[in-house]
Design a protein around this ligand. Structure first.
Ligand code: FAD
Ligand code: DLZ
Length: 516
C-alpha cells in the first residue's frame, strides 16, 4: 500500500497537512511543469524562486527520510501538467491512494477533481491548515452577515488566535492603531534593505534554466538574491522583526523615490510559497511587542495585515466561487496600456513603480493599490487584463490572493463584495503620500490641460462616469459633493481633459501576458 503525496510549488512547508502522517509507505511527488510556468508569463524571478525553493525543499524532505520523486522541467517524458505527472507517477509507484493538501486556486482544484478518474485510485484532499481560518469557517462567518467588513473579521481572528489580547480585551484598549500610522517620512531616513542571499549551486542551475527557457518573460532575472530555503527565509523574518518592524506602521503608506522596500516585511513571497507560515510570522511580531522591541501601532498594524487582510482575501476567494472573476461592475473594457510592461510613460509614479517591479518583482501595497491599481481603474482597464498583469509581475502572486486584491479591492469590479468603496485617488493623494510629483513632468497642482497631472481629471471623470452605479454609496458622498462643487463649467473642462489624456494612451501590448 503506497500513498502518493503530490506537493505543489506553493506548499513548501514541512508541517503541510498531507505530510503530517510521516514518510512510512509514502512517496512525495514534486513536479516542475510547463503548465504552471506558463499559465501566465510569470516574472522571471518568480519562476526562479519557485523552482529553486522546490528543489531545496525536496532535498530537505529526503534528508528527513522521505522518498521523493522529483520531476524536473526538462526531464524526458515530462508531460507538462500536474495531472499528466500524477498519472505517470501513480503508475510508476503502483500507488493505492493519493493524498493532497487543498490547492491555492480554483484552476488547480478542478484538476485535482479529475485525479481519481485519471489514476483509478481514491484521492484524499486535506484542508490547508497553514491558514488560520478554514474555508468552511470563513463561509460560516460570511454567510451569517449582510455585509462583509474586514475589520469585523479581523476582530474575530484576534479573539480566535489570542494575538494581542489580554483577558478578552485588545491590548492597548484599541483594536486598530491606524490613526497613529501613515506618517510622512522625514528626509534622510535610513531604510533597511531586506537581506540578500547569494545563489548556491542549485539556484545557479535554476537561473540558467530560467534564463534559457523564460528569457521572453517580463522582469530581470538577475541579480537574484531571494531566500529559497526555510532557513534563509527565517533569516529574512528575523531581520524584519529586528530592524524594520518597529517603524512598519509609521511609514507603511509612504512612497519614497529610490526606496523600494521602506519598512515593509518583504515576506509575502516566502509565506505564500510555504517557506514561512503565517502563524510563525505573527507570533514573532507579537513576541517583539512583548519584549518591548516594537510599538503597538507597528505590531498591531502588521498582525492585522496577516490575520486580517490575508485570511480575509483568501476566505473571499473560495467563498465567492470560481465565477467571482467574471463580474465587471464598472463595465471596464479598455486595454491595459503598454507602459505597464515597459515603464515608458511620463507619469513618474507609474514609471518608477514599473521599473521597481521589473528589477525586484516587488512593489509595496500603496504602489499596487493607489498608483498602479488606481490608474487602471480610473481609465477603465478591463479587469481580466489588469488582473493578469498583477499575477505575472509579483513574486508573491497566486490567484487566491491576487484576485480579491485586484478584482475586489483595487478595481471594484466585484461591485463591493470585498470593500465598501472604490479606492480612487487623484494627484493630491499621490503628492501627499509620495515624493514623485515634484520631479514629474506633469504638474500636480494644475487640474486640467496638457501639463496637469492626469490623475486629477481622471479622478473626477471616473466619479462622473460611474455616477449611476456609485451614487447610492454612502462612503462616496463627500467625493460627489466635491464634484458638484466644481460647477458645470469646470466639470465640462475636467471631463474634456480626462478624455483628451485617455486618447493619448498607448495601445495595449498583451504579448507579455499571454501564454507561449
Ligand atoms: P507588508 O506590506 O510588509 O505586509 C505584511 C504581510 O501582510 C504581507 O507579506 C502579506 O502576507 C500580508 N498582507 C498585507 N496586505 C495584504 C492583502 N491586502 N492581502 C493579502 N495579504 C496581505 N499580496 C500578495 O501576497 N500577493 C498578491 O498577489 C497581492 N496582490 C495585490 C494586488 C493589489 C492590487 C493590492 C492592493 C494588494 C496586493 N497584495 C498582494 C497585498 C499586499 O500588497 C502584499 O501582500 C504586500 O505588498 C507584500 O509585501 P510585503 O511582504 O512587504 O508585506
Ligand atoms: C507558480 C508556479 C510555477 C511558476 N511553477 C510551478 C511548477 O513547476 N510546479 C509546481 O508544483 N508549482 C509551480 N508553481 C506554483 C503553482 O502554480 C501553484 O502551486 C498552484 O497555482 C496552486 O496554487
Amino acid at each position: 500500500m503506497t500513498v502518493l503525496i503530490p506537493v505543489l510549488g506553493d506548499q513548501l512547508s514541512h508541517g503541510l497537512a498531507s505530510l503530517k502522517p510521516g514518510p512510512a509507505g509514502a512517496v512525495v511527488l514534486m513536479v516542475e511543469v510547463a503548465d504552471e510556468t506558463r499559465y501566465v508569463r510569470h516574472h522571471q524571478k518568480k519562476i526562479a524562486l519557485i523552482l529553486s525553493s522546490m528543489r531545496h525543499f525536496a532535498n530537505e524532505l529526503r534528508e528527513l527520510g522521505w522518498n521523493v520523486d522529483y520531476v524536473k522541467l526538462d526531464d524526458a517524458g515530462n508531460t507538462g501538467s500536474f495531472t499528466g505527472e500524477v498519472v505517470r507517477a501513480a503508475a510508476r509507484h503502483g500507488v493505492s491512494e493519493l493524498r493532497v493538501t487543498e490547492p491555492g486556486e480554483w484552476r488547480v482544484a478542478t484538476m485535482i477533481d479529475g485525479w481519481a478518474a485519471a489514476t483509478g485510485v481514491p484521492v484524499e484532499v486535506i484542508a490547508d491548515d497553514r491558514f488560520l481560518c478554514s474555508r468552511a469557517d470563513f463561509a460560516e462567518w460570511a454567510t451569517a452577515r449582510k455585509r462583509l467588513i474586514m475589520e469585523d473579521f479581523y476582530r474575530e481572528m484576534r479573539k480566535r488566535t489570542g494575538l494581542l489580547m489580554a483577558f478578552g480585551k485588545p491590548v492597548g484598549a484599541r483594536w486598530n492603531f491606524d490613526t497613529d500610522n501613515r506618517k510622512t517620512p522625514p528626509r534622510g531616513l535610513n531604510y533597511p534593505a531586506p537581506p540578500a542571499f547569494a545563489p548556491d549551486d542549485i539556484t545557479r542551475e535554476v537561473l540558467d534554466l530560467v534564463g534559457k527557457r523564460f528569457a521572453g518573460h517580463f522582469g530581470d532575472l538577475e541579480p537574484f538574491d531571494f531566500a529559497v530555503t526555510r532557513t534563509d527565509a527565517r533569516v529574512a523574518l528575523d531581520h524584519f522583526i529586528a530592524v524594520a518592524l518597529p517603524r512598519f506602521g509609521d511609514y507603511q503608506d509612504a512612497i519614497v523615490e529610490g526606496q523600494t522596500f521602506l519598512y515593509h516585511a518583504i515576506l509575502g513571497r516566502y509565506i505564500n510559497c510555504g517557506l514561512l507560515t503565517a502563524l510563525e510570522v505573527v507570533d514573532a511580531a507579537a513576541a517583539a511587542f512583548d519584549r518591548g522591541d516594537a510599538p503597538i501601532n507597528a505590531v498591531e498594524g502588521f498582525i492585522r495585515q496577516i490575520i486580517g487582510w490575508r485570511e480575509y482575501v483568501r476566505g473571499i476567494y473560495w467563498w465567492a466561487g470560481p465565477d467571482y472573476k467574471n463580474s465587471n461592475a464598472l463595465g471596464a473594457t479598455r486595454d491595459l496600456p503598454a507602459f505597464y510592461w515597459t515603464g515608458d510613460t511620463e507619469l513618474r509614479c507609474i514609471a518608477q513603480a514599473v521599473d521597481q517591479v521589473r528589477s525586484t518583482s516587488y512593489n509595496h501595497h500603496i504602489q499596487r493599490l493607489m498608483i498602479l491599481g488606481n490608474f487602471a481603474m480610473l481609465i477603465g482597464v478591463e479587469p481580466a487584463q489588469i488582473e493578469e498583469w498583477f499575477l505575472v509581475v509579483y513574486a508573491d502572486a497566486y490567484e487566491w490572493v491576487e484576485l480579491p486584491n485586484v478584482h475586489g479591492m483595487s478595481q471594484f469590479a466585484d461591485g463591493g463584495v470585498l470593500g465598501s468603496k472604490p479606492y480612487a485617488g487623484g494627484g493630491a493623494y499621490i503628492d501627499r503620500m509620495s515624493d514623485h510629483c515634484g520631479r514629474c513632468r506633469y504638474d500636480v497642482k494644475v487640474k486640467v490641460g496638457e501639463n496637469a497631472c492626469p490623475f486629477n481629471a481622471l479622478y473626477w471623470d471616473f466619479l462622473a462616469r460611474h455616477h449611476e452605479t456609485l451614487k447610492g454609496n454612502s462612503r462616496l458622498w463627500r467625493m460627489y459633493d466635491g464634484w458638484n462643487r466644481l460647477g458645470p463649467e469646470r466639470q465640462v473642462a475636467t471631463r474634456a481633459s480626462a478624455t483628451a489624456f485617455m486618447a493619448t494612451l498607448p495601445p495595449a501590448a498583451r504579448g507579455w501576458a499571454v501564454a507561449d
